[in-house]
Ligand binder design. Structure first.
Ligand SMILES: *Cc1c(COP(=O)(O)O)cnc(C)c1O
Length: 370
């Protein structure tokens, strides 16, 4: 069976975690600080705050920007549910804006129509690692005095016009679940150039404690969103290998594109010269009528694949129940969610695996399209 994802764990990661275990310092130690310092250097931000998941990081960003009951946050319905849930945690309202078919990302030309006097921020998601259209989004945010949160949980190694994803918003969040580009088991990282946001997040992740007596000593209610030392050591070892990991992922994506481009009826991810994808997954599209059957046929041939993201966030049962959303409200996102599937994608994927995926897809598509 060729799996969908597999973390790239070398002897270095194992030694890093074992060293922490042997040191006896399992939380609130030096490894987290080192991981934060090195991560902010890699992205190019002044600050980085490690947390125990991408979702926790997004939640803290919402809080750090003062988003609260009655506020609205513009975001995308085509994403993993955490990017909208974090808005609901603070009783603010996610206002969905449909996406662009080619990039899977929020359509900047539809954002202004969704702005109301209650809009506080735009929470963008760089879906599958491909950057949103940041020139337009930054301009809209400036014009309307809105904050930007980048959900960069899928976008490590991605860039837009030569600038790293994660450096455009007031804050950005990366995630390290085992299927992401690098992993800490569970974990996430907030990056920002804003010291107040960084200080708030660092304190709130650690029960509202202050590291500096002048900073909100008593009046913030914090959480336990801390990243432990084993996770931090794992992240540090992964970070030391990012050139190899990102290079392999990019090569595999290019290899897939070369091999799969001749399969009739299969739409491959678009590659944009001005913005390098972070290659979180390798997502392809088929006609909606056959997508689930293609997935089933691949499974029978020993190849894992998955509908991604299905359903859209607004059509998740919890959202239908809360807001009464219906099919047809965000037609492009809904179409993509019925057509898109992700293929096995990880650094240990070999040429023979790619060829096996190609053969299985070619046969399955031919059978289903008649
Ligand atoms: C992975 C992911 C997250 C965060 O996930 P965690 O499991 O909480 O680390 C958030 N948003 C998107 C779009 C993601 O893909």
């Amino acid at each position: 069976m060729i799996p969908l994802a597999k973390p790239d764990i070398s002897a270095k990661e194992i030694k890093g975690v074992v060293d922490v275990l042997e040191s006896g310092i399992l939380s609130l130690g030096q490894k987290l600080k080192e991981f934060e310092q090195q991560f902010s250097a890699v992205i190019g931000t002044s600050f980085a705050v490690g947390v125990n998941s991408g979702t926790s990081g997004l939640h803290l960003c919402i809080k750090a920007l003062g988003i609260k009951d009655g506020d609205e946050v513009i975001t995308t319905p085509f994403s993993f549910v955490a990017s909208a849930n974090c808005i609901l945690y603070e009783r603010a309202t996610p206002v969905f804006v449909d996406v662009e078919e080619d990039t899977f990302n929020i359509n900047p030309d539809l954002i202004e129509k969704a702005i109301t006097p209650r809009t506080k921020a735009i929470l963008i998601v760089h879906v599958f690692g491909q950057s949103c259209d940041m020139d337009k989004i930054v301009e809209i945010a400036r014009k309307h005095n809105l904050k930007i949160i980048e959900d960069a949980c899928e976008a490590l190694f991605g860039s837009y016009r030569g600038r790293n994803i994660g450096t455009f918003g007031d804050a950005a969040v990366f995630a390290f679940y085992p299927n992401k580009q690098i992993t800490t088991g569970e974990g996430g990282m907030i990056v920002t150039d804003n010291k107040q946001i960084a200080d708030y997040c660092r304190s709130a992740a650690n029960q509202g404690r202050s590291s500096n007596l002048q900073w909100l000593t008593h009046d913030i209610i914090g959480y336990n969103y801390r990243m432990d030392e084993m996770s931090s050591a794992l992240g540090l070892a992964q970070l030391s290998r990012i050139d190899s990991i990102s290079g392999k992922r990019r090569m595999i994506a290019e290899h897939y594109i070369r091999e799969l481009s001749s399969i009739p009826g299969l739409i491959l991810p678009k590659v944009y010269p001005e913005s390098q994808s972070g290659w979180f997954v390798f997502a392809v599209r088929t006609r909606a009528a056959i997508r689930d059957n293609v997935i089933r046929k691949l499974q029978e041939k020993g190849i894992q694949s998955k509908a991604y993201f299905y359903p859209c966030i607004h059509l998740q049962p919890a959202y239908i129940q809360l807001f009464g959303y219906q099919e047809g409200m965000f037609p492009v996102a809904e179409k993509l969610s019925k057509e898109t599937m992700v293929l096995p994608f990880y650094t240990a994927l070999e040429e023979k695996d790619i060829l096996a995926v190609k053969q299985a897809l070619t046969e399955s598509m031919a059978e289903l399209q008649g």
